[in-house]
Design a protein around this ligand. Structure first.
Ligand code: URA
Length: 190
């Protein structure tokens, strides 16, 4: 299956309560051939209205971070753990994340990214429940992830966290600077 086909199916999803309150499904955006896949938490107000991930303030900062390492949105893929906005921007409920999981799994299967970058602790916890973001950010981890096989993760703080806590800005910038080197290393060993 191609992403286009998957997106079409996703847009009709009624698998959890979020379907009742969303304006639009936000499947994700970017290249099907992306080597780097960023995974945020879930759409906010702007994303819900526009159907695109990371278009609000956090998205602007994400664009800046990408720009610093010469990446454009069309070079990468950006998705979220949940594809519909939780009302009032509350955290997604475990059952919502669980219901949405097969979509993300299929996206990863199609894109086959060389590195997955969970943005923020909620995204990281979906992949590595025992890992805390403050300890694991900016470190590459290789993990068997059934049924997808061995995946490489490089967790980063969520860009929105840096908007609330200015001291995280430099940390995020430093972690992003490592991404091209990590990717180069992965390609050398694979
Ligand atoms: N925050 C997220 O985690 N995802 C978005 O798409 C926007 C903001």
């Amino acid at each position: 299956m191609k992403l286009k086909e998957l997106d079409k199916k996703m847009k009709e999803c009624q698998d959890c309560e979020l379907a009742k309150t969303r304006t639009t499904v936000v499947p994700g955006a970017g290249s099907e051939q992306a080597e780097i896949m960023f995974i945020g938490e879930g759409p906010g107000k702007n994303e819900d209205l526009q159907g695109e991930p990371f278009v609000g303030a956090a998205g602007k900062f994400l664009d800046e971070l990408l720009n610093r390492i010469n990446l454009k949105r069309e070079d990468i893929y950006i998705a979220n753990v949940v594809k519909c906005r939780p009302p009032g921007n509350r955290d997604p409920k475990p059952e919502e994340a669980k219901a949405c999981w097969p979509w993300l799994e299929q996206q990863i299967k199609i894109i086959k990214p060389k590195v997955i970058i969970p943005l923020g602790r909620h995204s990281l916890q979906r992949f590595i429940p025992e890992a805390g973001i403050s300890q694991y950010h900016g470190r590459a981890l290789r993990k068997e992830f059934k049924p997808l096989g061995k995946l490489i993760f490089f967790p980063c703080y969520h860009p929105a966290a840096a908007l609330y806590n200015g001291s995280l800005r430099g940390v995020l910038e430093d972690d992003f600077e490592k991404i091209p080197k990590i990717l180069k290393k992965i390609k050398e060993i694979s």
